[in-house]
Design a protein around this ligand. Structure first.
Ligand code: AMP
Length: 304
């Protein structure tokens, strides 16, 4: 089933305890689309500036992402983000952020994308998320991501968005900021009361908590000894999850069981993503690698 995403396309500088990457390709919808493309075709609507390096376009070709909705905007500059991770590889600080084109209007949705049924609103300004969503009144599944910047600076737009989506994906510190609750079970319940049918709270290496109107689930992260750069872990997790849900075998029965399996796929794609800076590791792997690690992960978490 057709999956469409909007979010940020960024030029990132990332510092982690094991190294540093300057001016590499990043952005929420880039990690998301690459991850989802292992499961289903992906359509992207987003803008970059005229400074966007040509060499980064190769990534969209590699993952066969439909870029008919990608605009290189004259006179605008690409979104830029610089972040540094602490020794524990979980906590990070944003050292610099330049919204640039991310603060402007979204490009128009191409006519050929208008039949999209699965929508992912990756991390970007909630007004841009709302603007995309309004164009898909017949969507079957709408899921959004958000972050502290938008919870702090665009609370009203975010509240309006929460009333219109089926699912929200966010991390534990963002859930605390949004609800004031330190207990994630209570925080997730409060978020469901704000509008969505389900919420997935990501907890870094501790995995994720799903609170759905039909039940609750928890999944640990894949135990990895090879963490190079966690950037995009959340977006690639969401991409694996949504890509699986939108795939042909699954998209007709989106019950709690399907969402749990989708979380497992998201967990595995994210575990590959963090093994390199930018999208280098995702570029090396295939769907077979994902399925192999998923089987290994299922053995790790299964008990009698
Ligand atoms: P994640 O590690 O999954 O939270 O995603 C990190 C990616 O999000 C980086 O590649 C950044 O370019 C992008 N990013 C950072 N801050 C923002 C923001 N405020 N809005 C949208 N994207 C952002």
């Amino acid at each position: 089933m057709s999956l469409i995403v909007t979010g940020s396309i960024g030029i990132d500088t990332v510092i982690t305890p094991v190294g540093r990457a300057e001016n590499v390709l990043g952005g929420s919808c880039v990690y998301f689309s690459a991850a989802a493309s292992f499961f289903t075709p992906v359509r992207l609507v987003a803008a970059v500036g005229e400074d966007f390096p040509d060499e980064h376009m190769g990534v969209f070709e590699h993952f066969d992402i439909d870029t008919a909705g990608l605009e290189r905007r004259a006179g605008a500059k690409t979104f830029r983000w610089t972040g540094e991770y602490q020794q524990n590889m979980n906590d990070r600080e944003t050292l610099a952020v330049e919204l640039n084109v991310l603060g402007e209007q979204l490009p128009p949705v191409p006519e050929a994308f208008k039949d999209s049924k699965f929508i992912f609103l990756a991390n970007t300004h909630p007004s841009a998320q709302l603007a995309l969503l309004e164009q898909f009144p017949n969507a079957e599944l709408v899921v959004a991501d958000t972050m502290d910047l938008w919870i702090n600076t665009a609370a009203e737009e975010l509240a309006a968005l929460l009333k219109k989506i089926d699912g929200l994906v966010l991390n534990d510190s963002e859930a605390l900021l949004l609800t004031g609750e330190t207990n994630m079970v209570i925080a997730s319940q409060k978020i469901v009361e704000m509008g969505p049918k389900f919420v997935v709270i990501k907890k870094g290496e501790h995995g994720c908590l799903l609170n759905h109107t039909d039940g609750v689930a928890v999944l640990h992260a894949y135990p990895s000894g090879n963490v190079v750069d966690p950037t995009g872990a959340g977006d690639s997790f969401a991409g694996g999850m949504m890509g699986y849900l939108a795939s042909d075998q699954v998209s007709d029965h989106l019950d709690l069981g399907a969402i749990k399996r989708a979380l497992a796929y998201g967990t595995i794609v994210a575990s590959y993503n963090i093994e390199s800076f930018t999208l280098d590791r995702l570029r090396e792997i295939t769907r077979e690698d994902i399925d192999r690690r998923l089987a290994e992960y299922a053995d790790i978490i299964r008990f009698d």
